[in-house]
Write a protein of this length. Structure first.
Length: 191
């Protein structure tokens, strides 16, 4: 595509000046401040899934310059991302700071799924649960293969506003209920 669209020189400069095979110090500091993460995976057939993870700053643990990890909590039980990682370990991560630096960081690598116990035994830096009343069910450990900037030019500035987060709730209303009307639509089609 670079040849077809005449972008090879720009792409080569980007690879040379912006891409690493590890997390440098500024990247590690950036990740440690983030409260959200977008995760892209695909199954063994290439069928894709994108998801979102969030937690207090530091919920993504930077193990070292070649590895990072985040906790997986009890969710809706679908486990699409973990299932994909079990079949195809390639994962694409995107961290975006919408509030302060207006910059993003891509991290691509290979995922491994570890139990909470295995993670704690393997890495002394694993913190106690940051989310009250919730313990990780699993951890996703990423072996970093690529790390590079996502430019700021189209990232909107968002402002933090106080709101109560209901970490770990099973209350349907607090989780969003049937916001998109799927249950109602299915109920109509079942009649």
């Amino acid at each position: 595509m670079q040849q077809h669209y005449g972008t090879r020189a720009r792409a080569d400069r980007f690879y040379r000046e912006q891409m690493l095979d590890h997390l440098n110090g500024r990247m590690r500091e950036f990740i440690a401040r983030q409260e959200m993460l977008f995760v892209a995976t695909s199954d063994r057939f290439g069928e894709c899934d994108a998801t979102f993870r969030a937690g207090p700053p530091g919920f993504v643990l930077v193990v070292d310059e070649h590895r990072l990890a985040w906790p997986e909590y009890r969710g809706n039980g679908v486990m699409a991302s973990l299932a994909n990682m079990g079949k195809n370990p390639h994962a694409g991560l995107l961290f975006i700071d919408f509030a302060e630096s207006l910059i993003g960081l891509h991290v691509n690598g290979r995922a491994r799924i570890l139990t909470d116990n295995a993670m704690r035994q393997g890495f002394a830096s694993v913190p106690e649960a940051a989310v009250p009343g919730q313990l990780p069910r699993q951890w996703v450990l990423i072996d970093v293969e690529e790390a590079y900037i996502h430019c700021a030019k189209h990232i909107p500035r968002l402002r933090r506003v106080p709101h109560e987060r209901m970490w770990g709730t099973d209350d349907t209303r607090r989780k969003g209920g049937d916001f998109f009307g799927v249950k109602a639509e299915r109920n109509l089609s079942d009649q």
